[in-house]
Design a protein around this ligand. Structure first.
Ligand SMILES: C[S@@+](CC[C@H](N)C(=O)[O-])C[C@H]1O[C@@H](n2cnc3c(N)ncnc32)[C@H](O)[C@@H]1O
Length: 212
C-alpha cells in the first residue's frame, strides 16, 4: 500500500491545512508544554518539522530538540528546515515510534540528561500510528519523572462544527488517521496538572500534563 507520508511528503506542508486549521493546535500544544530554557524535548512523529521552530524557540539555544519519524521523505524536509534555520540544537532520528529502542534517543541527549528528556510532545501523529500505546510507553520511558507531556490530535468536530465532519473524515482517510484513537486520554489518566483545551470546533484536542 502507498504510504502517503513517503509518496507525498513534499506536498505535506502546502496541503495539510496548516495555516487555516492545524497551526492553532500546535501553537497551543507547545505553549501548554511550558518548556524552560535548556530543556530537552522529544517530538514523536515529527514529520516535516512544523513544530521545530516553536520547540527550538521555547527550549532556547541551550536546549535540545529531537524529532523522530519513520518516513525518510518527511525527515528530509525536516532536515532541510533545520539547515535553512541554522538550528544546531535539533537532532532527527529515523525510527518507528511504536517499536524503537529508547536508547536511540538517549544517545542523542546531552550527557547531563541521564538519558531522559524533560518533555515529550506529539502532534497529529499518534492517531496515524498503527497503535499509539507502545509509542506512549516509549515516550514515558524516556521522560524524566515529573516531566511534561503534550499531545495534540484530532477527532470529529462537535456541535455546530459537525457540518465539517465529511471534510474531516476525508482528510483523515487520506492521512491514515484514526479519528477514534484519542491518544490524549492517556495524559488524563496518567498525568497530574492536566490542561485540556480544544480548538476548531472540537476537532483538535490539545492536552498537556505533568507525568509523575
Ligand atoms: C500527519 S503527520 C504529522 C507530522 C507532524 N507531527 C505535524 O504536526 O505536522 C504524521 C506523521 O507520523 C509519521 N508516522 C506514522 N506512523 C509512524 C510510526 N509508526 N513511527 C514514526 N512515525 C510515524 C508519518 O511519517 C508522518 O510524518
Amino acid at each position: 500500500m502507498v504510504n502517503v507520508y513517503e509518496a507525498a511528503a513534499k506536498f505535506y506542508d502546502a496541503l495539510s491545512g496548516e495555516r487555516c486549521v492545524y497551526r492553532a493546535g500546535r501553537e497551543l500544544g507547545v505553549a501548554l508544554l511550558a518548556l524552560r530554557a535548556g530543556d530537552t524535548v522529544l517530538d514523536l512523529g515529527c514529520g516535516t518539522g512544523l513544530n521545530l521552530a516553536l520547540l527550538v524557540d521555547a527550549a532556547g539555544p541551550s536546549g535540545t530538540v529531537i524529532g523522530l519519524d519513520r518516513s525518510p521523505e518527511m525527515l528530509e524536509i525536516a532536515r532541510r528546515r533545520v539547515e535553512a534555520n541554522g538550528w544546531t540544537s535539533v537532532r532527527l532520528i529515523k525510527a518507528d515510534a511504536t517499536t524503537f529502542n529508547p536508547s536511540v534517543v538517549a544517545k542523542e541527549l546531552p550527557a547531563a540528561s541521564g538519558g531522559h528528556v524533560d518533555a515529550v510532545f506529539s502532534s497529529y501523529a499518534m492517531s496515524v500510528f498503527d497503535d499509539w500505546h507502545p509509542a506512549w510507553d516509549r515516550m514515558r520511558a524516556l521522560l524524566s519523572p515529573g516531566g511534561r507531556a503534550g499531545i495534540v490530535d484530532m477527532q470529529l468536530p462537535v456541535g455546530r462544527a459537525r457540518v465539517f465532519s465529511p471534510l474531516v473524515r476525508l482528510a483523515a482517510a487520506v492521512g491514515g488517521a484514526d479519528l477514534a484513537a484519542w491518544p490524549w486520554t492517556v495524559l488524563e489518566r496518567e498525568g497530574v496538572q492536566v490542561q485540556h483545551e480544544s480548538v476548531r470546533g472540537g476537532h483538535i484536542q490539545v492536552v498537556a500534563a505533568t507525568i509523575p
